[in-house]
Design a protein around this ligand. Structure first.
Ligand SMILES: [Zn+2]
Length: 311
């Protein structure tokens, strides 16, 4: 049986909030099966709980936020979500003492490291996957994103299109067969990126006060400003891939299917996930509770390749 997962023990992380520039602490606690990813704003009285669902997602100028019906928000959740997807963690309590998670280094790698160090445990319930049953496509002008049925696990094919001297054309397309281990090794360290002119605008408007070369790749009109340069030659498309993986996990369920997109972003990825889940004919809920032999080998490879070994 392929089981649901949570963390082995409670663990905390602290860092800078992207919006506020202040120190933020987040505490992760084990959660029982079928809980999902549940956030709590511990700085509010009374505390406010927001479950991570595709409907709670709002794309903002800086990041992805979860917002409840009263307008209470928790920002900068997207890179954590990508890490949880790679680790196969379906259930987790996430307590944060601010309106945002710490931005860490702008990638998913610090969260991967944290949870791998803490340990991960299997729960008694089977893990449920969303298998794509028919094509779903969304468009926004020239941008588009789609999910298609596939025989294997979860494949991603993503193209960005920037006309910038620091972004070579052949480094703007990426195909990735998702595995947890592959994500950790090839994708997780890709940092968010932005342009100097945007940074100047945001700082002038008191936005992104925590943004710096410590947690983003910054480009001027000609080159990468960060003194140490890039972590991967194609770090930009890799980060967009990381974002898409996080965005498509906002239901807390892993997808088995083929994702393909052109110039997509958080907003379009969320539109795709909502469209996908809006009609039960688009997917099949499957778990591998009884007969793993029924699962095609590629799928099984994907499932087995979740990073951390369970307790
Ligand atoms: Zn991102």
């Amino acid at each position: 049986m392929i089981k649901q997962r949570t963390v082995k023990t409670a663990v905390s992380a602290a860092g800078i909030g992207l919006h506020s520039g202040s120190k933020v602490t987040v505490n992760f606690r084990p959660a029982p099966a079928d809980t999902g990813l549940v956030y709590t704003r511990t700085d509010l009285d009374p505390q406010v709980v927001i479950k991570c669902t595709p409907e709670a997602v709002r794309d903002t100028q800086l990041c992805t936020a979860l917002v409840n019906l009263d307008g209470v928000r928790i920002s900068t959740v997207e890179h954590l979500t990508a890490a949880l997807s790679a680790l196969g963690i379906d259930n987790l309590y996430i307590d944060v003492n601010a309106p945002e998670l710490p931005v860490m280094d702008g990638s998913a790698q610090p969260f991967i490291y944290l949870f791998e160090s803490t340990g991960i445990q299997d729960l008694a319930a089977p893990k449920t996957y969303l298998r794509v049953a028919r094509k779903v496509r969304v468009e926004d002008g020239e941008k588009w994103a789609e999910l298609n049925p596939s025989d294997g696990g979860f494949q991603l094919d993503l193209t960005i299109d920037f006309n910038h001297p620091a972004m070579e054309r052949d480094l703007q397309h990426l195909v990735f067969n998702f595995t947890g281990r592959g994500f950790a090794a090839e994708i997780s360290r890709a940092r968010t990126f932005c342009f100097m002119r945007d940074v100047e605008y945001m700082h002038a408007h008191n936005l992104a006060l925590g943004g710096s070369l410590e947690n983003a790749v910054v480009l001027d009109d000609y080159r990468v400003v960060n003194p140490d340069g890039l972590r991967y030659p194609n770090e930009f498309v890799k980060h967009k891939m990381l974002d898409a993986i996080g965005d498509l996990y906002m239901s807390g369920r892993s997808i088995l299917g083929a994702f393909k997109a052109y110039k997509t972003g958080h907003k379009l990825n969320n539109m795709l996930l909502r469209a996908f889940l809006s009609d039960a004919k688009n997917y099949e809920l499957i778990s591998f509770a009884d007969d793993p032999a029924k699962v095609r080998s590629e799928t099984f490879e994907f499932i087995d390749a979740r990073i951390a070994e369970p307790a």
